[in-house]
Design a protein. Structure first.
Length: 152
């Protein structure tokens, strides 16, 4: 299967300087970005959750697919070039191969997150002290949480 850089070669390129934001948490989504070069940091609630440096990496798919505002801020660490897919939902509807790539990437990220949560839960169950926080995290993801229904 062709990679996203190949599949988006006709899309415009946006250049960012180090320190310049690509997307800001809370802002409206709608566009997809494919990293062409450079390094980006992803922060959510003030915590760095990822660093993106692999050409062809996808940014912005959650807000596009869920129809929500951006849930994280993405900022250039170095000079960056990204391909910009404007009005991404329409683009995905008209290019099934890109939509399949985006779906595959989203599923792989979910699989990685689920595997990490299972590993954390297993370590917690192995006797590393009070685990109510980890149990709440695991419960929130699996839908088996112990928190009162009003707080879910």
């Amino acid at each position: 299967m062709a990679n996203l850089l190949t599949l988006t070669k006709s899309q415009p390129v946006r250049t960012l300087k180090a320190g310049e934001p690509l997307v800001t948490a809370g802002d409206a989504g709608g566009d997809l970005y494919v990293l062409q070069s450079g390094k980006l940091k992803v922060e959510r609630a003030g915590l760095r959750i990822a660093t993106i440096s692999q050409p062809g990496s996808l940014i912005g798919e959650m807000s596009v697919l869920l129809g929500d505002d951006h849930s994280a801020s993405v900022t250039a660490i170095t000079p960056v070039e990204v391909r910009v897919v404007e009005n991404a939902m329409a683009f995905l509807e008209s290019t099934p191969l890109v939509a399949l790539q985006v779906a595959t990437i989203a599923c792989q990220r979910l699989e990685d997150t689920s595997a990490l949560l299972v590993r954390i839960k297993q370590e917690a169950d192995a006797g590393k002290g009070e685990q109510s926080f980890l149990e709440r995290i695991f419960g929130a993801v699996t839908g088996t949480g112990t928190e009162p229904a009003a707080s879910r």
